[in-house]
Ligand binder design. Structure first.
Ligand code: 5RP
Length: 292
């Protein structure tokens, strides 16, 4: 058992000293292979260094939730606006046209649904990921969940081994179990565990003190949107995360459950890539949704 008595919280995050990106535009990639850099370059915009990923992997946990009843109708029309599509193999194959040229981040772990507690997720075969020409693979880490932490970390390490073998970046998705804390200390720890285990991208949740979470994670951090918020608040979330150094978003419900998903995608992009304020993004959202 780790010695929990003398864990001192970090307090020197070097916030004024950016990570060295002199040899590649994304942090933490200096020693990555050509293939990993090439795939990361497909996902992260070269100019802004950021990404707007569209997450629609929710169905494997929760079935046809609102906004994802028909991926072919709800998500496929948004694909052109996304920098990367994050989904599960079944929905990608059946509902996203193969002509799609946007990079894919394949949700690679499976085994849990909302009908039970967090289960012992397993990985799908890398053969499928390679055959689908994916640009990244994602798996969840349930850090702090006594029953599943070890298996999800083991899964993740195996996925990184596979990713390194084939030069496919791996995104660590930090879980939010119902008993887990949701503060910068927890997300900072969980994000760092992803990076320590070889993640090329970390997906986590915005929280107060997020600048420390980002600073202590040596690879790009993107945020999930979480539960549907009013559009202005969701844009504030994106803005605040970017101000804290996040490299973008991997957002689902706040886009596909919006009354105007396409307008929301465009507004999020404006905030993430072009430095728009939440109010400017919201104006754009209203303008586009009123035109439709
Ligand atoms: C959780 C995920 C989901 O893709 C994530 O929740 C993103 O979606 P949202 O923005 O709706 O939170 O990876 O396992």
């Amino acid at each position: 058992m780790a010695d929990l008595d003398d864990i001192r919280d970090g307090d020197n995050f070097g916030l004024n000293t950016p990570a060295d990106t002199s040899s590649f535009y994304l942090k933490g990639m200096n020693s990555a292979s050509w293939g990993i850099k090439n795939r990361m370059s497909r996902i992260f915009n070269r100019k802004s260094g950021r990404t707007v990923m569209l997450a629609f992997d929710h169905g494997f946990l929760m079935g046809p939730t609102s906004g994802l009843e028909r991926i072919d109708l709800n998500i496929a029309p948004l694909a052109e606006e996304a920098d990367c599509l994050m989904g599960c193999r079944g929905m990608l194959r059946t509902s996203i046209p193969a002509e799609n040229t946007k990079p894919i981040c394949l949700r690679t772990d499976t085994g849990t649904t909302i009908l039970t507690e967090m289960n012992h997720n397993v990985l799908i075969s890398e053969i499928d990921a390679i055959s689908m020409n994916v640009s990244a693979m994602a798996a969840m880490l349930a850090i702090g969940d006594a029953d599943t932490e070890a298996i999800t970390v083991a899964n993740f390490s195996r996925l990184v081994d596979i990713g390194n073998k084939y030069s496919i970046p791996v995104m660590g998705v930090t879980a939010v179990g119902k008993d887990m804390a949701r503060d910068s200390r927890y997300f900072g720890l969980a994000s760092r565990v992803c990076a320590e285990n070889g993640a090329s991208i970390v997906k986590t949740y915005y929280t107060e003190g997020f600048e420390n979470v980002v600073a202590a994670c040596p690879v790009p951090v993107v945020i999930a949107g979480g539960k549907k918020l009013p559009e202005l608040e969701a844009l504030e979330l994106c803005y605040n995360a970017i101000q804290c150094g996040a490299s973008g978003v991997d957002m689902g419900r706040n886009v596909f459950q919006s009354e105007a998903p396409l307008a929301m995608m465009k507004a999020v992009k404006e905030v993430v890539h072009n430095g728009a304020t939440p109010a400017e993004g919201f104006d754009l959202f209203n303008t586009i949704s009123n035109e439709a």
